[in-house]
Design a protein around this ligand. Structure first.
Ligand code: PHE
Length: 529
């Protein structure tokens, strides 16, 4: 070992950093508008169920993998993979055959693509699941930074007084012209990524942990200020009741699956971010409690974001199910309609909050790539950070340029259309679709199957119990029945249904099945209304 691995200075440091990763555009931007489109309170309820039965178990699973191996996702899978895996070989060879079949249909682009992945799986076995998660993380990092750049740009615009419109149409106009103006979009994207790189180049403790401890409390305070403002507006209660009273008639099966996918995204699961952060935890810490705290913080913030947004939206008479434009298009207009002026201030506060949330999430994505480069290629941290920064900035640039206008990079557009026959609104949309709908769930399925069936829940639970055995061993039946857990009965026959064994069931069965169903739905093979 060349250098000792850095560790978080305390559980709190880890929880705040991981909560920072989780709380991001997903919780504050996506969650409210998706809830708005799917029946408000009903969606919230389903979302909470998904978080509890899938999000929590998978998060514990990733953190356990990280802490056990003290490695980046690729190293983690490699360390725990068996030498030979029939499952991996089976999947690999099936992909090779699929690729040959595709050749017959003259789908050359896809044939080569699938052949490469099949080859990777045959060559590297389960380690390729780690590779998949690094790739997913990198791709998301690149376009997440473009949206992060918009949030930064909107802070500036708010304080300059440029967001002073009161109609939705004017707001939408302002947003598209901002987004499509490359003189803004590009510097903001690069500036956003630069802030993140500057944070993590200082290291885990002095960079990520220190800044999470500063930024996360600020985020909470800003959120509370906005909620108080929203709730004290006349007519705000309609918004609260929309958000909290469940309208099940508006919730569809599709909504349920959307909730599941969203829970995965907002908890930063399925791409090794939590494996990476978990690898900086020392073995004395209680990861059961940490997981619970991270999940609770993320869920509370998502709920609060709804409470900060909907009352104001209703009070000012805007449409609740506004879609992705909700925060960029409608909110500034909403803030400007608030009596008493100061719309710029409320908008400014909101976009600072959104930027903080986005920065701490982007940091975890960048750190994952950096951990891979330092662990696997033995690069220095500085070299790894700046290389990852440059690569992310470049790929993100393509997203930023393409969302303004595909024809800005017509060559890439043509290549993608000709080789893969995919037509999307922009490169940005393509990457977003591909990573959220394909890569994320696939690597989520791989992680839970790996821990549940290959590495084995027995070894995982052994790891979890370090530092948290009084949790892992809580006997659920005794607990629910109000009987004290009797240490004199501490034999395995008594302790069949402990929290840890319940977790094992979720990881082996519930999580992979639920994520597979979501995946099939998202890629359109399972059609639900
Ligand atoms: N959880 C982040 C959000 O809600 C997104 C993210 C996903 C960040 C995966 C890191 C890793 O915006």
């Amino acid at each position: 070992m060349i250098e000792e691995r850095e560790h978080w200075s305390s559980s709190l440091g880890f929880v705040l950093a991981a909560a920072g990763s989780a709380i991001g555009l997903g919780a504050i931007w996506k969650f409210p508008y998706i809830a708005g489109q799917n029946g408000g309170g009903a969606f919230l309820l389903i979302y909470l169920v998904c978080v509890a039965i899938i999000g929590m178990p998978v998060m514990l699973c990733e953190i356990t993998l990280g802490r056990r191996t003290q490695q980046n996702p690729v190293g983690a899978f490699r360390m725990l993979s068996p030498d030979k895996s029939h499952v991996a070989n089976f999947i690999g060879f099936s992909m090779v055959f699929t690729s040959v079949a595709l050749l017959c249909f003259q789908e050359y682009g896809w044939a080569v693509f699938i052949l490469i992945i099949g080859g990777l799986i045959i060559r590297y076995g389960w380690t390729s699941a780690g590779i998949l998660s690094i790739v997913t993380g990198f791709v998301i990092m690149s376009y997440y930074s473009v949206v992060g750049g918009w949030t930064l740009g909107y802070i500036i615009k708010a304080f300059q007084g440029d967001l002073n419109y009161v109609t939705e149409a004017a707001a939408a106009n302002c947003f598209t012209s901002f987004r499509d103006n490359l003189a803004w979009a590009i510097p903001m994207h690069i500036g956003f990524l630069l802030i993140c790189a500057l944070i993590i180049v200082r290291g885990v403790r002095n960079g990520i942990e220190k800044w999470s401890k500063i930024l996360m409390p600020i985020l909470f305070v800003l959120m509370v200020i906005l909620i108080l403002r929203g709730l004290t507006l006349p007519g705000a209660l309609k918004g609260v009741s929309f958000f909290l009273s469940p309208k099940f008639s508006e919730l569809s099966a599709k909504g349920v699956l959307t909730a599941m996918g969203l829970a995965f995204f907002t908890l930063s699961l399925g791409m090794g971010a939590m494996i990476t952060y978990g690898s900086y935890i020392s073995r004395e810490q209680n990861i059961f409690m940490s997981t619970l705290s991270i999940v609770l913080l993320d869920t509370v913030i998502a709920t609060l974001a709804g409470l900060a947004i909907f009352p104001a939206v209703f009070a000012m008479g805007f449409k609740e199910a506004a879609g992705p434009g909700l925060v960029f298009n409608i909110l500034p207009a909403v803030f400007n309609s608030i009596p008493g002026g100061l719309g710029w201030l409320w908008a400014g506060i909101f976009f600072i909050l959104l930027s903080i949330a986005a920065i701490t999430s982007e940091v975890s994505l960048l750190e994952m790539v950096v951990a891979f480069l330092t662990d696997e290629l033995k690069w220095s941290r500085v070299k790894a950070v700046w290389t990852a920064f440059a690569a992310g900035a470049l790929l993100g640039l393509l997203s930023a340029v393409s969302i303004a206008n595909w024809s800005n990079i017509e060559w890439l557009h043509q290549i993608l259309v000709k080789t893969f026959h995919i037509e999307q609104k922009s490169f940005f949309d393509m990457l977003d679709n591909f990573s959220s709908n394909w890569l994320l769930p696939l690597s989520g399925i791989a992680i839970s199957i790996f821990v549940g069936w290959i590495w084995s829940t027995r070894k995982a639970v052994e790891e979890i119990r370090h530092g948290s055995h009084n949790f892992a061993d809580v006997h659920l039946i005794s607990l629910l029945a109000g009987l004290k857990d009797d240490p004199s009965h501490n034999n395995s026959k008594y302790h069949v249904l402990t929290l840890a064994s319940l977790w094992g069931i979720f990881i082996r069965f519930i999580a992979p099945i639920a994520v597979t169903i979501t995946f099939l739905h998202e890629i359109g093979w399972l059609k639900l209304k």
